[in-house]
Design a protein around this ligand. Sequence first.
Ligand code: F6P
Length: 366
Amino acid sequence: MPRWRSKNFPLLCYFVRFLLQVSASILPRTASFMTKTIGILTSGGDSPGMNPAIRAVARTAAQHDCRVMGISNGYDGIFDGLTEELGTQSLASIIDRGGTILQSSRCKRMYTPEGVDHARRRLQELGIHGLVVIGGDGSLTGARELSKRGMPVVGIPASIDNDLAGTDMAIGVDTATNTIMQQVDRIRDTARSHRRCFLIEVMGRNSGYLALTTAISGGASVAVIPEFRYNMDRIVSLLHKRYQEARGNSIVVLAEGVCGAETFMARMTEAVPGGEFEQEIRITVLGHVQRGGIPTHFDRMLGARFGELAVTGLLASETGCMTALAKGRATLIDLNMVIGKKKHPAPELIRLARNLKVEFGDPVEL
Ligand code: F6P
């Protein structure tokens, strides 16, 4: 190194450091949310893909110099102060895990205006400047109430039911439908072997989406969904006709929103002339197996897209909105367009089912 450089080098370093310190104190920070804290919680029924969404929120926030506080146990965690900083390191291996690492609850304390006021105050005390709520209808109702009280909130739809208006898909739906379809495939093996009929009850709360789509993809003969009135005589005569045919097996997919499988079975039996089926019928209630499992590629991508968009939305001062998938694009929509709105089955799905000879009973929409 030339002599003049070695002599002046410490002075140069000192000068550069001085410049950096001055610029850090006087230059505006790159993002208005810098050093701010984003809270995140999962609420209501868990769904596969929540963890990839949590990961995307934490990573995106870190990219923008925000802290992320994980709130455990849904909204209950706000009241109980169950918060822990989520570093991106600690989230390294959650992308392939079903459920939610933050745990979830259905929080009764959020059902009253006083409860929401209290939650709003608690969020302030916890030093949370923006909130991401991942969940279904009830959870996003809470999110809207908090945003009305001045809390910046972005919701992410996550529920296997796919009953939220405004978005084509919610996180977890794809994994759940794949799980159901695989169970239907297995059941058909034994149905074929014994020439039996199987009545399979699936979840969905008041929505028939899971039943309708898995009846199509699982090759069922009948889908009974709450959005349509059913005519039991038509269902019974179809099952009878199929039993007379060479293969003789049938699958009926029943949405839980219609009634429980035992009740439906009793109604079917009543409708049979003579009060007894000639064919053996077995009932399978799939239950919570539908909510678990490794999130599919689709649900991981949806979680990633929604998580990233929720944070960039908050950074752009968006609030009182929900991430949504519309015509293949991730977008933000006002929660007022979602809460309390009924999501009807897409007409093309109904047409598809009809053209593939999936029987609904009477095709009259309620
Ligand atoms: O909303 C998701 C869901 O799995 C519904 O399909 C079902 O009716 C309900 O949650 C079951 O809730 P829980 O796990 O509280 O029994």
